[in-house]
Design a protein around this ligand. Structure first.
Ligand code: ZN
Length: 376
């Protein structure tokens, strides 16, 4: 059913439209045209002002084949932006069946492989008169800059009951059923300046206070589900002055939300106790930029995905991802979402590549998921 040549042509066309994150305007125009031409209702949301990116997110809706059938609304999501260097991509089709860049840029299969699979899948559904419910294709901007597009999306645009991100590493059949939530933390330690030689006893060294706070923290790998890291530590001043200010930036991640919260609380306690011991204060700000998610292998969405894979002769393999994706945001909205491998390799490097056979499998999987959802 999949037309491999059409799919590869579409993929090649998509990656040649520059779309480095924050500069999504051109790809957004192209995608609006492509999804509209296939008969979908296309809306660009109003997230651009909030995200500061080149476009909003696109919500492209394919109506149900039978509006009276009780088939749940589902969604698929991919992102339209890429990392740098992503300007002037010249894709090369190798004799080994892989598509690569010319070595000076990334390829952009992260995540245009997902978008190409959507466009092919929609055509296959139509050409074969496959019954389906309403489907939302959600193409986000700003994924690569910290999920900014999805984070700025209004929950009310999402009608789907569950869905699938097409944006994971791994082999086709790999399902990221869990991913950590992440907190960004900024801490300011206040000290008191004094002459370092004349009257140091009148000062409070913010550097010493901050160092004590760090020494009281558990950092690195906390447990199999939780990590924490100090990314920067800055206290700058002349040698002869007791330093009165240190700024630290840190992050914490956990697949388990309460563990993330506990790690943040422990880091806060370490800072506040070190400051109090020295007779001073600190300001501790933690922002959970996205929540964690975790689906059991027995969860309906995982079971449905496994059944769809089985119809293609593929084996499901669930795993816990170490990084966040837009799937975190949609799960945070209360819409069960798993992140599916699309077969790209060495993403975010100039060696990025993808097998044509995996592009085909991803489009086949999309169609199989739509069919399986219609059987529920
Ligand atoms: Zn991606």
């Amino acid at each position: 059913m999949i037309q491999q040549n059409r799919l590869v042509e579409e993929f090649i066309a998509l990656v040649q439209v520059d779309s480095e994150t924050r500069f999504e305007q051109d790809i957004c125009v192209v995608l609006k045209e492509k999804f509209s031409r296939l008969g979908l209702h296309v809306v660009e949301d109003d997230s651009m002002a909030k995200s500061g990116h080149g476009s909003g997110n696109l919500i492209c809706t394919l109506e149900a084949t039978d509006s009276n059938a009780a088939i749940p609304t589902i969604f698929f999501t991919s992102h339209m932006d890429t990392v740098a260097p992503g300007k002037g991509i010249k894709p090369q089709i190798g004799e080994d069946g892989y598509i690569r860049s010319n070595g000076t840029t990334i390829l952009g299969s992260d995540d245009k492989a997902g978008i190409a699979a959507m466009l092919e899948g929609i055509q296959v559904l139509k050409e074969n008169n496959i019954p389906h419910g309403r489907i939302q294709f959600v193409i986000t901007a700003g994924e690569e800059s910290g999920l900014k597009g999805a984070r700025a999306m209004d929950r009310s645009v999402m009608e789907a009951e569950f869905g699938f991100a097409l944006d994971s590493n791994g082999s086709i059949g790999d399902i990221a059923t869990a991913a950590p939530g992440r907190a960004e933390i900024e801490i300011i330690f206040h000290g008191k300046s004094a002459h370092a030689g004349v009257n140091p006893e009148d000062g409070i060294s913010a550097i010493q206070v901050a160092s004590k706070a760090v020494s009281r923290m558990s950092l690195g790998r906390i447990d199999s589900e939780t990590t924490a890291n100090i990314g920067s530590f800055s206290g700058v001043g002349p040698l002869n002055v007791v330093c009165d200010k240190v700024k630290m930036e840190a992050e914490a991640r956990s697949i388990v939300q309460h563990k993330l919260e506990a790690q943040i609380a422990a880091m806060k306690q370490a800072c506040e106790s070190a400051a109090a011991d020295a007779g001073t204060t600190c300001e501790f700000h933690a922002d959970i930029v996205y929540a964690s998610y975790m689906h059991d292998d027995s969860a309906p969405i995982v079971q449905l995905t496994s059944r769809a894979l089985a119809t293609l002769g593929l084996t499901a393999r669930t795993f816990h991802s170490g990084g966040g994706s837009d799937a975190n945001i949609f799960n945070g909205m209360g819409i069960p979402t798993v992140n599916l491998a699309v077969g790209y390799h060495e993403i975010h490097t100039t060696k990025e590549h993808i097998a044509i056979s995996d592009l085909v499998k991803t489009a086949e999987l999309l169609v199989a998921l739509v069919k399986e959802a219609a059987n529920v």
